[in-house]
Design a protein around this ligand. Structure first.
Ligand code: ADP
Ligand code: MG
Length: 303
């Protein structure tokens, strides 16, 4: 296991930012750490990276307890904080050399150049950090997190505030890095975990609410939605009375969403019904269950 989090709590005064959270992340996985704002994501990441101590509970990174081995564990972790404190007056190379110095790396020059290449900073590398766009600053943040070649990467909302093109580029980079490292990254955007990770851990108000395969999360919704277009006006009752139908949503008089329980494909039943009715089906397709809806369900229950 790369990261083992056991019963971690964090209290700020009377507030529980984390409430007995446990999970394990094996080597070489990209894990999405998902939760609404204020859920406790950054707090958990600061604890894993030894920036703040937990109120109780323990964390192991690569088999070492971080409270007894904070120097060793920091060396195997790369961390991109949510509000990455860059030195805006520094030049890109100067800053990365400075970070390499903190880790006491050898061959600093070649490592810095390799990093610039790796994260695609090339054409901007001669500039001052303060003059760069948000997307390039995030690349510097990633370079800073990767320069000591850590086995574990903790990225706190690495794509927030990026425009669509920058977003695609940074996601691509994370995916690339994830081939050889354990990556835990936080986000409040559902599509992000769908695009990037096999596994998703969801927290809400400091509590772990879900931990599993990203694909299987979608089935938690437990419903299939069929989008249906008929050749003539149909009364809602006609559809809602069908035995396999849970409920229907009207889009127009001709277009409906038919909701059924479970993940059964009800298209054949629908076609059979239509064949013995005055209605003809013009289009029919199963609507992809959105992780977003599942997420909403999971995180609104307690609020
Ligand atoms: P997230 O990253 O998921 O948005 P955070 O971990 O930043 O959530 O915050 C979790 C909760 O803890 C929030 O309610 C936040 O206001 C609170 N919190 C975070 N840091 C502090 C702090 N230093 N002092 C007091 N409360 C804090
Ligand atoms: Mg945060």
């Amino acid at each position: 296991m790369s990261i083992v989090v056991k019963e971690v709590t964090k209290q700020y005064g009377s507030q529980w930012a984390l409430d007995h959270v446990s999970f394990e992340i094996p080597k070489g996985q990209i894990v999405g750490f998902l939760g609404p704002n204020g859920a406790g994501k950054s707090t958990m990441m600061k604890i894993i990276t030894s920036f703040i101590p937990p109120s109780s509970g323990s964390i192991e990174v690569n088999g070492l307890d971080i409270s007894d081995n904070s120097m060793e564990t920091r060396r195997v972790i790369g961390y991109l904080p949510e509000h990455n404190p860059l030195y805006l007056e520094m030049y890109v190379r100067e800053y990365l050399s400075f970070i390499a110095g903190i880790y006491q790396l050898s061959n600093v020059r070649s490592k810095v150049e390799a990093m610039i290449e790796r994260v695609g900073l090339g054409i901007e590398a001669h500039k001052k950090i303060g003059t760069l766009s948000k997307g390039y600053r995030q690349r510097i943040g990633l370079a800073q997190a990767l320069i000591h070649d850590p086995q574990v990467l903790i990225l706190d909302e690495p794509t927030s505030g990026l425009d669509p093109n920058q977003l695609i580029e940074i996601r691509g980079l994370i995916k690339e890095v994830g081939k050889e490292k354990t990556v835990m990254f936080s986000t409040h955007i559902m599509q992000e975990v769908e695009a990037l990770c096999q596994r998703t851990i969801i927290i809400n108000r400091g509590k772990l609410v879900q931990d599993g395969e990203t694909q299987s999360l979608k089935q938690l919704g437990g419903q299939t939605i069929l989008q249906l277009e008929l050749d003539q006006i149909v009364n809602e009752k006609v559809l809602s009375q069908l035995p396999f139908v849970l409920k229907v949503n009207r889009i127009t008089d001709f277009q409906w969403e038919v909701v059924a329980k479970g993940d059964e494909d009800i298209r054949i039943k629908m076609a059979d019904w239509a064949a013995s009715s005055p209605y003809r089906i013009l289009t029919m397709n199963v609507k992809e269950q959105r992780l977003e809806d599942v997420f909403k369900d999971l995180t609104s229950a307690q609020s």
